[in-house]
Each structure stands twice: as structure tokens, then as C-alpha cells.
Design a binder for this molecule. Structure first.
Ligand SMILES: Cc1ncc(COP(=O)(O)O)c(C=O)c1O
Length: 419
């Protein structure tokens, strides 16, 4: 049996003859029984395959290059461990992500620290851990590092630059445009580079730019290369992440190969061939490897047909943050015809807590399982306890075996910080 949703799910996903979805060889009704819902299910094979694809495609195109996974997209220790095992470095934003990378066994030399408002505590953590590159966003970062880095040592740094590229993604995930809070415009970047070059505690290694996220046109990402090159000749050019991921039937983001062809054509045109290149994919690395499984708790056929599930903006803020569109289906009724236009809503006390509007489904019933594909990026990491929600588990599936790598929160967990 087949279903259009398979197009949005990891390769190897299948529909059993009774209309039930299988992912990583596991039936979703079995997963729901064992781990409950909502649950984020990750196909480990797909996760590893994507990491390998990024790595081999980049290495094939540039002699001295590395992929660092932007861990903010899915900062679960188990995910970071997979990335380390696949030979990737990690981009971290903040102290918590440094600690999670270290727990996952990532070589500190392969960690790149970002942040537009790094605290002294976070910078100290990075320096003490031997983080390979600190991406300096402002002169306060330099002041703090000069205090923290011990005499006789030098911390390698990059300077984050505003490439002045306004990509055609949602304004809330643009980062490289004039007026962005991230990085410095060329004149300020040049002044800071000159200061770092004179610093006894810092080593000026290169420059960084990140245009934005969910960018569907790779030429917009490649447009950041020339502004970086204009700042001078360096050892390292970090070209950021940002490639769009596929969420819906009608979206067709560039493949990794096509993205890198475009990006590295710009690199060949503008950068020294001996330089080290870094890319920092997040969303496009992990999004397609995961899905979220919900249970339908209420079906209300009134002004609209409302299908309410047991999750929502507590486990997926992407819709509220930038109106991300998703597809979904009833995970044990994939053989049935879609007969009803519904709006899939969450359980939270906000009118904006809508997961998908509209969606066509078979007539939904209480207790049905709803599967939402393409939820690997920026879901788990932004999950929250709004309305006392317990954050969902993360479950890895592979070869018919399932294991929780993060458990569901308990009611008691909600009060752990009470004094
Ligand atoms: C500095 C930096 N690098 C990489 C990324 C990853 O972007 P994406 O998840 O869109 O690939 C981000 C995301 O915000 C970022 O801020």
C-alpha cells in the first residue's frame, strides 16, 4: 500500500496492509502504545544518511572543508552523538549546547561557538573546554575573551559579518540582512578584525556569515561569499547554514549536491583555494529524519471541523513563530479516502495554537493517531511546559527496534525547580 505522505517521510517508511504507518521498521501504533503521545520519532538510519551525505558531498567539492551541525536545530545528546560518530563538528549557541556537545563526545576542537550575547560564564566554559572556534559577534566578546584566555594561550576566533543579503525566507528567520542583530557590518567588522589581529590572547582565523533559515534558493546563501571575501584573506571562511527543508508536498528545496554546487561555485570565484571552508546546516540536516505522533483527543464539527490533538505549541512552536506549514495523516488509516477538510489544533490556551489549517483527512475519530512528518528541526529544542505540558520523548527507531533517547517529562519534573 502507498500514501502521498511517504514522500515526506524517511526512506524505508512504509504502509502495512491494514493502513498503518511503519517508520524504521516499527509500526506507529506499537510506538504510541510503548512511548505514549505526543512523541518525536527519529529514524536513525535517515539521520546518519543525511550527515554522511553532507560530509561526502562537501569533501568531494573542496579539499579542506568541514560540516558542523547547527545543534540548535535538535540539541539532543543522542543526536549530537550521531553527528560526532559521523565525523561532523558542532555549532553551538550558548553554554547548555557546549555541555551537551561535550557529553555527546564531540571533539572540542570541532566545536564552533556562536551567540550575539554570550555571557562571561559561557565564554569561560568554551575557553576551558578548548572549543576550537569562538565566533565573535561584537567588541564585548573580545573584551571578555581577553580577560578569560589564560596567558600563554590564544583562542582561535572568527568574526561574524552581516553579509547584507536579505533572503526570501520568513522575516523571523532572516539573519543576514542590513539591520540584523547578528554580526557586524563591513566597516565595524574591519575595525574589530584589526583589533583582534593585535591581541596577544586571540588568533584571528577568519570570518563567518549566516544568511537565514529555510532558504529555498541556494544562490541567496551563496550571495554571502563575496562580502566575506571583500574583508580580506583568512585561513577559515564559515559560510553558515540555512538550506531549506521539505515540509509540504509542494515544496522542493535544493538537494545537498545542488546547494553545494552553487555555494562552492561562489567560493571558487572569490575565496583562496587553500582556505578552510565550514558549513553549518541545521534544519536541512535533521528535519526529514523525524516525525511527531499525536493522538486525536477531540473532534468538534461546528463552524469548522476541529481535530484537536494531545500536543501543539508545547512541542512545536514553528507554526506560531513563523507560520510553518505541515502535512499530516491519520497514521493507522492510510488506506482510507480523505473526505473532510479540517483544522488540526493543539491543546493549549491560545487561538494561535493551530498545527495545520486546512488539512484533508478521512473523518477523524477520538483516539486516532495523527502523524506529522518533517518535525526534526526546531521542535524538541523549543518544546515547553505551557499549560503544564510535559515535554515529549524523543524515540530513535532503526531496523524494527525502538529506544527512547529522551524520556517524556513526568508530572514531578514540572516541579523540580520549586524551592
Ligand atoms: C550561526 C548559525 N549557523 C547555522 C544555523 C543553522 O541554520 P539552519 O538550521 O537554517 O540550517 C543558524 C540558525 O539559526 C545560525 O544562527
Amino acid at each position: 500500500m502507498t500514501h502521498p505522505l511517504l514522500d515526506l517521510l524517511p526512506a524505508g517508511s512504509a504502509v502495512d496492509p491494514d493502513g498503518t504507518l511503519r517508520i524504521g521498521g516499527c509500526r506507529v501504533d506499537d510506538l504510541a502504545r510503548e512511548f505514549g503521545t505526543p512523541a518525536i520519532i527519529v529514524d536513525e538510519t535517515a539521520l546518519r544518511a543525511r550527515a554522511r551525505e553532507y560530509r561526502t558531498e562537501l569533501e568531494a567539492r573542496w579539499p579542506h572543508a568541514r560540516v558542523v551541525f547547527a545543534s540548535k536545530a535538535f540539541p539532543a545528546t543522542a543526536v549530537q552523538r550521531v553527528m560526532a560518530e559521523e565525523g561532523l563538528g558542532l555549532d553551538v549557541a550558548g553554554g547548555g549546547e557546549i555541555l551537551s556537545a561535550l557529553r555527546a563526545g564531540v571533539d572540542p576542537a570541532l566545536i564552533v561557538l556562536h551567540g550575539n550575547a554570550k555571557s562571561t560564564e559561557e565564554l569561560r566554559l568554551a575557553v576551558d573546554a578548548g572549543v576550537g572556534l569562538v565566533v565573535v559577534d561584537n567588541s564585548d566578546d573580545v573584551d571578555r575573551l581577553e580577560e578569560i584566555v589564560p596567558a600563554g594561550r590564544r583562542q582561535d576566533v572568527l568574526v561574524r559579518v552581516v553579509p547584507e543579503v536579505a533572503s526570501s525566507t520568513h522575516p523571523h528567520v532572516q539573519t543576514g540582512q542590513v539591520g540584523s542583530k547578528f554580526g557586524l557590518t563591513a566597516p565595524a567588522a574591519k575595525a574589530l578584525i584589526a583589533r583582534i589581529s593585535r591581541s596577544p590572547r586571540l588568533r584571528m582565523r577568519g570570518v563567518h556569515a549566516h544568511v537565514g533559515s529555510q532558504v529555498m534558493d541556494p544562490s541567496e546563501l551563496a550571495a554571502a561569499v563575496a562580502p566575506l571575501a571583500a574583508l580580506g584573506t583568512f585561513d577559515v571562511y564559515d559560510l553558515g547554514g540555512g538550506l531549506g527543508a521539505r515540509y509540504t508536498y509542494d515544496e522542493h528545496p535544493a538537494s545537498v549536491a545542488d546547494y553545494l554546487d552553487t555555494l562552492l561555485a561562489a567560493a571558487r570565484a572569490h575565496l583562496p583555494s587553500t582556505a578552510e571552508l565550514i558549513i553549518e546546516p541545521g534544519r536541512s540536516m535533521v528535519n526529514g529524519a523525524a516525525l511527531t505522533l499525536y493522538t486525536v483527543t477531540t473532534v468538534k464539527r461546528d463552524a469548522r471541523a476541529f481535530v484537536a490533538v494531545d500536543g501543539g505549541m508545547g512541542d512545536n512552536l514553528e507554526v506560531a513563530l513563523f507560520q510553518q506549514r505541515y502535512e499530516a495523516a491519520l497514521a493507522t488509516r492510510l488506506g482510507e479516502e480523505d473526505t473532510e477538510d479540517v483544522v488540526v489544533v493543539g491543546r493549549h490556551c491560545e487561538s494561535g495554537d493551530v498545527l495545520i489549517d486546512p488539512l484533508r483527512l478521512p473523518a477523524a475519530r477520538v483516539g486516532d493517531l495523527l502523524v506529522v512528518p518533517a518535525t526534526g528541526a526546531y521542535t524538541h529544542t523549543m518544546a515547553n511546559n505551557y499549560n503544564g505540558a510535559r515535554r515529549p520523548p524523543v524515540v530513535f527507531v532503526r531496523g524494527g527496534e525502538a529506544r527512547a533517547v529522551i524520556r517524556r517529562e513526568t508530572w514531578d519534573d514540572l516541579f523540580l525547580r520549586d524551592l
